[in-house]
Design a protein around this ligand. Structure first.
Ligand code: DAH
Length: 343
């Protein structure tokens, strides 16, 4: 009987050791361990036969089984070591890191075309001695309209054009109210520009947005004339659109200036011959301007007999769209980094 068990043990041991040698991963290793040493494993099954063994032989047989178990356990431990080493080598090989490769750059955004245009406008006027002043986006009706000589029945005051917060307070529809604020402060002479956001109750399309940006300009001093206005704005146009740029002043009407004009620049694509870009005109409208209206001076506490001045307002988006030849204003508000990165 004990001989029978011995030969079965030998067979189990040699088969198991062979299987272990071939085991390639810890799952297979575990399966082998359970099949031989587990609760329902081959060794446990064999132990059940112990009761049929003669009493005096039992210790010997028990010892044989223990030796077989020790042998298998030692082999399992060895094979586990081998598998772990193999896995480590595999991982080292496959997770190899080339520390000399350049890192992956995080996208941190990009300067917006509006911002680039604004910085250019500011640079030009600051270079001419202007100060940059900011005013509130939420503004009194009085500054946005009344003090700028815009009468109560002016179409711009219609709710269709203006966002009213209440009867007296609006989202400013232009940066011109900053003129009134600066003049009221009474520090003369004045040479300022005021960039900022304005709001109009417009539907969004390729050329309109309910919120856009303007840069206001104001000069007040003794003996300021229309020639100063023209010279300054010509200089500005050449700085933005190139030294060959010609300018043209067309009579226009703004309530807060008299006389008023719109300034066109010669098309910088075709030099004025007429092309698709300027819609065959040769000229592109750029800004509104004029000599400060005496009523505005009076309402803001400046004596129009002593002082004169000029003012202008330019759309920042318009400058950015023209300079970068962007044909849809909506692109400026989407902040798609792939678009912004082009400028
Ligand atoms: N505020 C005017 C607008 O939004 C632009 C403008 C025109 C501003 C003439 C001025 C100016 O200061 O003198 O259309």
């Amino acid at each position: 009987m004990s001989e029978d068990i011995r030969s079965r043990l030998e067979e189990i041991c040699s088969r198991t050791v062979k299987c272990l040698e071939e085991a390639a991963n810890s799952e297979t290793l575990n399966e082998i361990r359970v099949a031989v040493l587990g609760k329902k494993g081959e060794l446990k099954e064999l132990m059940k036969g112990l009761k049929d063994v003669a009493k005096e032989e039992r210790p010997k047989v028990g010892q044989m089984v223990n030796e077989a178990r020790d042998l298998i356990e030692q082999n399992i431990a060895m094979v586990r070591d081998r598998i772990e080493k193999e896995k480590m080598l595999y991982d080292l090989e496959h997770e190899k890191l080339d520390v000399t490769l350049p890192g992956r750059k995080a996208e941190i955004g990009h300067r917006h075309p509006n911002q680039i245009a604004l910085e250019e406008v500011e640079r030009i006027f600051v270079g001419m001695g202007y100060e940059v002043v900011e005013g509130p986006e939420i503004e009194y009706d009085e500054y946005n309209f009344t003090k700028l000589n815009i009468p109560a029945d002016h179409p711009a005051k219609d709710e269709q054009d203006t966002f009213y917060i209440n009867k007296e307070i609006v989202l400013r529809t232009q940066t011109s109210p900053v003129q009134a604020r600066v003049m009221e402060e009474g520090k003369l002479p004045i040479r300022m520009i005021s960039p900022g956001r304005v709001f109009r109750s417009d539907e969004v399309d390729a050329t309109h947005s309910p919120s856009f940006h303007q840069v206001e300009g104001l000069v007040v001093d003794k003996n300021i004339t229309l020639a100063d206005l023209k010279g300054t704005l010509q200089e500005f146009a050449r700085a933005v659109f190139g030294p060959e740029t010609k300018t043209k002043f067309r009579p226009h009407h703004f309530p807060f200036t008299e006389p008023s004009a719109e300034m066109d620049v010669s098309c910088f694509k075709c030099g004025g011959k007429g092309c698709r870009f300027c819609k065959g005109e040769g000229w592109i409208e750029i800004l509104g301007c004029g000599m400060v209206h005496p009523h505005v001076f009076e309402m803001c506490g400046i004596d129009p007999n002593e002082y004169t001045g000029f003012a202008f307002g330019v759309g920042l988006e318009r400058i950015a769209l023209l300079k970068y030849e962007i044909d849809d204003m909506r692109l400026l508000y989407e902040n798609d980094i792939r678009f912004l990165k082009q400028f």
